[in-house]
Design a protein around this ligand. Structure first.
Ligand code: HEM
Length: 395
């Protein structure tokens, strides 16, 4: 066994032993066990979202050990039903037409420039599909529906120093050229680029309307009015358990099923769309603490920028992490049935919530059994995502 595998295994075993008291670790491994409806990786307190994210490398390893035209082929354009605006939960995909903002005369040609540019960027390095999709997610999702601030508005340009956006700057820089060449807003460029990154990775082609208006500052980090509340922790050590509360504009990896619903419902997503959108983790990797020097681990919160670049990048799903398929859902079910070996998957807590919450799990099972069904739901969810805070399409 290599030294690295031995280290991973040792960490897994050690952390499994402390799982019941370790924040985030008490994920019920099988359906029907404790907390099936409100799935949770138990926490004795509520670390701030950033430290949660940064520390994932430690918590998650043990979790691991352990239309209506269906797209028939990858890259097929997905058309789903008729349109209402703003789209109600579960409604069809709005058509790809211009929104309110000023745009180049030939919007379709400008959008195609972005798509062609993205194809060129990822051709030499398929890992970039994941990075570009993450930019689109982080740009659009940061929305406060109470104040009406945020959404798909290119504000990510001003948010790169935030720890939640670790690594996003590099991917955004890839898009500088296509943004300049297209003449579209940053919001449009990023939304279209995310769609094309998925297509280039073998996923469906989701049409994206243009006309997003760019922000001139970062979106709020915290929600003005948190949704859901903290409760007394039931694990040894006590404290407050805030995994059911959405209080930030970027979701924390420590949210339980209530927290995920509180976070996504307020934005208009329903369960099926929420689960489909999380299928974005069929692509890509996250930064673990494997390889991070010991001295960094002592005080990671203040040294994260310097230390995280040492962290080994682990794929959510090791089986082709650069292909957009329904494998994420298949592997979630395998994880839940304990049919995995070390290194097959590296899920974060919010991934495994999907398979231990009964209602979420029904969608996981449906998507695992039927990739075209996932692609259609993905198209609807992605369209909703990149419509957040955007002006409605022009009539
Ligand atoms: C509760 C919701 C979510 C949480 C907590 C979460 C958290 C994370 C974290 C911690 C990483 C690793 C970042 C790094 O260390 O480099 C990551 C990566 C990624 N996320 Fe998410 N995420 C969520 C939802 C989503 C959604 C809905 C999408 C797609 C629409 C998405 C797309 C991605 C992609 C593609 C990567 C890989 C990036 C790469 O390999 O460069 N995530 N996410």
């Amino acid at each position: 066994m290599s030294r690295r595998r031995a280290a991973v295994l040792a960490t897994s075993v050690a952390l499994l032993l402390v799982a019941p008291v370790h924040p985030y670790l008490a994920v019920p491994p099988t359906r029907g066990s404790q907390g099936a409806r409100t799935a949770r990786c138990a926490s004795a307190g509520a670390p701030d979202p950033v430290s949660r994210r940064v520390l994932l490398g430690n918590f998650v390893v043990p979790c691991l050990a352990g239309a209506a035209l269906l797209p028939s082929a990858a890259g097929a354009e997905v058309k789903v039903g008729s349109v209402s605006w703003p789209p109600a939960a579960g409604a069809g995909v709005p058509p790809a037409k211009a929104r309110g903002a000023a745009a180049p005369a030939d919007v379709e040609a400008a959008a195609e420039k972005v798509r062609a540019g993205v194809r060129e960027i990822v051709a030499g390095d398929p890992k970039k599909c994941a990075s570009i999709l993450r930019v689109a997610f982080h740009d659009a999702i940061a929305r406060d529906t109470v104040t009406g601030e945020g959404g798909a508005n290119g504000s990510i340009r001003f948010e790169l120093e935030r720890r939640e956006n670790y690594g996003v700057g590099k991917a955004l820089a890839l898009l500088e050229g296509v943004h300049a060449a297209s003449g579209l807003s940053w919001g449009d460029t990023i939304a279209i680029a995310g769609s094309e990154a998925v297509t280039a990775a073998g996923g469906p082609r989701v049409p994206v309307a243009t006309g997003r208006v760019d922000a001139d500052r970062g979106d709020p980090i915290k929600l003005k009015e948190p949704v859901g509340s903290c409760r007394e922790a039931t694990v040894p050590g006590g404290g407050r358990d805030c995994r059911g509360q959405a209080d930030a504009t970027i979701p924390s990896a420590g949210l339980d099923s209530d927290g995920l619903r509180n976070f996504f419902y307020r934005l208009g997503f329903d369960d099926e769309e929420l689960v489909a959108l999380m299928g974005g983790h069929t692509l890509g990797r996250w930064t673990s603490l494997l390889g991070v020097p010991k001295e960094c681990l002592k005080d990671l919160n203040s040294k994260w920028e310097r230390c995280l670049p040492y962290g080994e990048r682990l794929p959510f799903v090791a089986e082709d992490p650069d292909a957009f398929t329904n494998s994420y859902f298949k592997w979630l079910l395998k994880w839940n049935r304990r049919e995995i070996t070390n290194g097959d998957v590296h899920f974060i807590p919010t991934d495994v919530v999907l398979v231990v919450d009964d209602a979420f799990r029904a969608h996981v099972e449906a998507f695992a059994a039927d990739q075209p069904r996932f692609f259609v739901a993905w198209a609807r969810a992605y369209t909703r995502l990149v419509s957040l805070g955007a002006p409605p399409p022009r009539a």
